[in-house]
Write a protein that binds this ligand. Structure first.
Ligand code: CDP
Ligand code: CDP
Length: 229
């Protein structure tokens, strides 16, 4: 069957990566979490104390950043490696979440990440989620999804996830972070988060994971059919 590119963009914590993983598994496609790349660059900048308001310093620092998704047999997932270190868990922490949108708004950082993302899709058969995947990274993708969910539902979902790892986290902290990131992501100058004109909107506030997969599986079938001739 013909392989396509599926893009999933949207606000934070609405279920993009959950859906992307479900689809990749079902279709035997590669799943790429583009946000993990911005998170890993952020971790590197924090650790190296890079002054990210200085363009030359950012460009110079990026020369030392090597990102790789490495498949882990135990977790059954591709995990983010930064300069050969597995940082999959570290990049999900609040320390990184607090800074990532600021760093993802920098032109040189986006150029660095987008070039690698486009290479990963060269052979199709890929599901990539993020903020600019349908608009900038793969503007010709065969199926584009723009996900939304009620803000309160999103906060609750992310809170549950983070609380399981760190019981000190507060709902308020999570809410503030989501609101801040959504604001910066949607209002930045370069590649702001927006729905591509040809993206289908999926509001999953009331959908279980099985229901969202059933719905989108039909869209995938339709997209493959439409692009097979
Ligand atoms: O999982 P969550 O929705 O919280 O975020 P993520 O997908 O891990 O992305 C983290 C941050 O990276 C976002 O808030 C954006 O600032 C940035 N990002 C981006 O600018 N472009 C992308 N394609 C993906 C993520
Ligand atoms: O990738 P993104 O930040 O958009 O969200 P996610 O990490 O896929 O999902 C955030 C949380 O919502 C996860 O804990 C999912 O299990 C949960 N979720 C849900 O409860 N119901 C859905 N229909 C989709 C996701």
């Amino acid at each position: 069957m013909k392989k396509i590119i599926i893009t999933i963009d949207g606000y934070s914590s609405c279920g993009k990566s959950t859906l992307a993983k479900q689809l990749a598994k079902k279709l035997d496609y590669i799943y790429i979490d583009s946000g993990a790349m911005y998170r890993a660059v952020t971790l590197f900048f924090i650790r190296q104390d890079v002054n990210w308001r200085d363009e030359a310093e950012v460009k110079n620092a990026l020369k030392d950043v090597h990102l790789e998704f490495v498949y882990n047999n135990n977790s059954g997932q591709a995990e983010m490696h930064l300069n050969d270190e597995n940082v999959e868990h570290l990049i999900r922490e609040m320390l990184v979440a607090e800074k990532v949108s600021e760093i993802a708004a920098i032109g040189a950082v986006r150029t660095f990440a987008v070039a690698q993302q486009q290479k990963m899709g060269a052979r199709k058969g890929i599901v990539m989620d993020g903020r600019d995947i349908g608009t900038v990274v793969f503007p010709d993708a065969e199926l584009k999804i723009f996900m939304t969910a009620d803000p309160a539902v999103r906060v609750e979902r992310r809170y549950k996830e983070l609380y399981a790892k760190n019981p000190n986290i507060t709902l308020h902290e999570v809410k503030e972070n989501l609101e801040l990131r959504d604001y910066i992501d949607a209002n930045r100058e370069i590649s702001p988060l927006r729905r591509a004109d040809d993206a289908i909107i999926l509001d999953n506030s009331q959908l279980t994971m099985d229901e969202q997969l059933d719905l989108v599986s039909q869209w995938v079938e339709d997209a493959i059919m439409a692009h097979s001739s």
